[in-house]
Design a binder for this molecule. Structure first.
Ligand code: NCD
Length: 307
C-alpha cells in the first residue's frame, strides 16, 4: 500500500511498488483524459528551496492534469525560511493547507525531516548531493519505454558522479534489476561516493567498472546517462572551472556508440551534450522530461490513494 507514505529515496519503494507506479504511468500516457479528474479537490504543495525547472513544473503540471491544485514557493527567499523558520515548522504549517508536498532542499536529509513531522506524504524532489527519487522514476520509465526492459543492459553514467544525486538514486534503483552492468565514467575527483560503491555495488555483487575515459567505453553501452558538473556543490570555483567540461558528447562521439544506444540527461545541460546531437534519434533527454510529468502523475495518485 502506497497510500499515505512518503518517498525520500528509491529504496522506500519495493520493486513491485516501483513497477506499479511505472505501469500506472504507462496507462496515463495511453489515455490521459481518463485521469483528468482523479485528484479533483486535492492540493499539492511544492516547497523548493533550490532552483528547478523540470522537477517543480512537472510536479505542478502533473497535479493540474489530474484536476488538482497547487500551492508553494520556488525559492527559500520568498518564504518564511528567510526569517529563520525550521523545515519542521514549515511542513507542519503546509500540512494544514495541502494533501501532499514535494520538497527540494540544499541540505541532505531535509525532506526526511519534513516527512517525520508532516502527517501528509512528502516527496523528496532532490536533497543536496544525496538523492532524487522522482528523477529516477522518470529515468526508469524512459528506459522501459525506449528499450522495452529494465534488465540485461550496460549503462554508462558519466560526469559528476560524486555530487550528482540523480546518479546516486538511479544506481540504487537499477541495482535491483537483473544483469545490469554499470560503467562509471568520471574524473578521479568526481567518482561515486564510497557508500554507493561499497554499500550498493560491492555488497550486492554488482558488475561495475570505473574509468576516466568515455571514448574507451562508449561502444559498449546500451544507455549513456550524462550529468552536469554540480557547480553549486563545489567549495572552490577553480576546481569547478577545471572539471566542468571534462566530457562533451558530440556527433563524433555518437558515431562510435551503438545504433540503439539511448543518450539520457536529467537536464539542465551546460556543455555535456552538444546541441548538434539533439537531432540524433538516440537523444532521449526531452522524452525523459516528458516522462517526468506522467510518472509524477502516477506517483501522486498512488501516494494519495486515488484509484
Ligand atoms: C537534476 C537535479 O536537480 O539534481 N535536475 C533535475 O531534477 N532534472 C540534475 C542537475 O541539476 O544537474
Amino acid at each position: 500500500m502506497l497510500k499515505g507514505r512518503s518517498l525520500i529515496e528509491p529504496m522506500d519503494l519495493s520493486p513491485e511498488e516501483l513497477d506499479e507506479i511505472l505501469d500506472l504511468a504507462d496507462k496515463i500516457i495511453i489515455n490521459p483524459a481518463a485521469y483528468a479528474d482523479k485528484c479533483r479537490g486535492k492540493i499539492l504543495a511544492t516547497l523548493f528551496y533550490e532552483p528547478s525547472t523540470r522537477t517543480r513544473l512537472s510536479f505542478e503540471a502533473a497535479m493540474l492534469r489530474l484536476g488538482g491544485s497547487v500551492i508553494g514557493f520556488s525559492s527559500a527567499e520568498s518564504s518564511s525560511v528567510a526569517k529563520g523558520e525550521s523545515v519542521a515548522d514549515t511542513i507542519r504549517t503546509v500540512a494544514c493547507y495541502a494533501d501532499i508536498a514535494a520538497m527540494r532542499h540544499p541540505k541532505e536529509g531535509a525532506p526526511l525531516v519534513a516527512a517525520m513531522h508532516a502527517g501528509i506524504p512528502v516527496i523528496n524532489a532532490g536533497d543536496g548531493g544525496h538523492q532524487h527519487p522522482t528523477q529516477t522514476l522518470t529515468d526508469l520509465l524512459t528506459i522501459k519505454s525506449l528499450k522495452g526492459r529494465l534488465n540485461n543492459f550496460t549503462i554508462g553514467l558519466c560526469g559528476d558522479l560524486k555530487f550528482g544525486r540523480t546518479v546516486h538514486s538511479l544506481i540504487k534503483a537499477l541495482a535491483r534489476y537483473e544483469n545490469i552492468k554499470f560503467v562509471l565514467i568520471s574524473p578521479d575527483e568526481l567518482r561515486v561516493p564510497d557508500y554507493i560503491r561499497e554499500e550498493i555495488l560491492i555488497k550486492n555483487g554488482i558488475d561495475f567498472v570505473e574509468t576516466e575515459r568515455l571514448e574507451n567505453v562508449i561502444d559498449t553501452l546500451d544507455v549513456l546517462y550524462m550529468t552536469r558538473v554540480q557547480k553549486e556543490r563545489f567549495f572552490n570555483e577553480a576546481d569547478y572551472l577545471r572539471l566542468k567540461d571534462s566530457y562533451i558528447v558530440d556527433n563524433k562521439k555518437m558515431s562510435c556508440a551503438k545504433q540503439d544506444m539511448i543518450l539520457m540527461h536529467p537536464l539542465p545541460r551546460v556543455n555535456e551534450i552538444s546541441v548538434e546531437v539533439d537531432s540524433d534519434p538516440r537523444a532521449a533527454y526531452f522524452t525523459q522530461a516528458k516522462c517526468g510529468m506522467y510518472v509524477r502523475m502516477a506517483l501522486i495518485m498512488k501516494l494519495l490513494g486515488v484509484e
